[in-house]
Design a protein around this ligand. Structure first.
Ligand SMILES: [Zn+2]
Length: 270
């Protein structure tokens, strides 16, 4: 919990979440089966504002999707290079560390060949990127990769109150790009045709319609999140290359408030 208080005090730290335990009306969402377990040979695109939101929100779903010919493309909108309290850490070093951690997290989840794309926006400053440029880049990425399914943050009705600024900008811009990608006259570019994304799963949602039981892969999700060592004590206070892995309680403090203390993940599927 201490970490959440710190997070609230230092908002530019992008990796952490606000306390969201009040967000989700757990009672009304039934377990919704597992739409991911039978998927083969799919192209999956994940959009994440920072390296670790992807694992916090969808690590379990992704663990179910590993193997069976599924291909994963992860798009990180920012470098995550401000997420530290370590006074001796430099942004350029943290950006490098976080790239390594993101790759390690996907190896742990079973996606050793995940393609990680870094759009390179500054952590905490996505609001100040050109709204049009951001949407054009995302629209072209979607058209080029033509995913069977997209995971991104939910820009639903209540998102604005709960998301950090990089989160709300990612949520809006990706949803806009998913919509724009299917209109051929919108943001046209040579050689890439319009594309309608068949399936979208929004995470960090206040309006879930899918509650996924991840009990069988929960430990793997924790192990994947633990690869983001720079974001947890003691490394977020004093980073060292060979430090200990995060504690289970520190890992779960980021996961459990999202799901009311259950080993589930919540999505709004459209
Ligand atoms: Zn984040």
């Amino acid at each position: 919990m201490r970490r959440k208080l710190l997070a609230a005090a230092f908002l530019p730290v992008g990796a952490v979440l606000l306390s969201t335990s009040a967000l989700f009306a757990q009672g009304g969402i039934p377990l919704g089966g597992n739409p991911f377990q039978g998927w083969n040979d799919k192209t999956i695109m994940m959009f994440s504002p920072h390296p670790d939101d992807d694992i916090i929100g969808c690590g379990g779903a992704l663990a179910f999707l590993g193997g069976r010919g599924n291909r994963l493309i992860v798009v990180y909108l920012t470098n995550g290079e401000k997420g530290t309290f370590d006074p001796s850490m430099k942004s350029v070093s943290l950006a490098r560390i976080r790239r390594q951690e993101a790759a390690a997290a996907y190896r742990t989840l079973g996606f050793a060949d995940a393609q990680l794309i870094w759009l390179g926006y500054h952590d905490g400053e996505l609001d100040f990127a050109s709204a049009r440029e951001l949407r054009v880049r995302l629209t072209h990425l979607i058209r080029r990769r033509r995913p069977d399914v997209v995971f991104s943050l939910d820009p639903g009705l209540t998102y604005y109150r709960y998301h950090y600024r990089d989160h709300r900008t990612t949520a809006l811009a990706v949803a806009d790009a998913i919509g724009a990608a299917m209109w051929p006259l919108l943001f046209p570019a040579q050689g890439i045709s319009a594309f309608r994304v068949p399936d979208v799963f929004y995470f960090y949602t206040a309006e879930p319609n899918l509650k996924l039981d991840i009990s069988s892969v929960y430990e793997r999700k924790l192990q994947a999140l633990a690869q983001h060592r720079s974001q947890f004590p003691p490394a977020n206070q004093h980073y060292s290359a060979q430090g200990p892995l995060p504690s289970r309680s520190d890992l779960e403090a980021l996961i459990m408030p999202l799901t009311g203390g259950t080993t589930t993940e919540l999505f709004r599927h459209r």
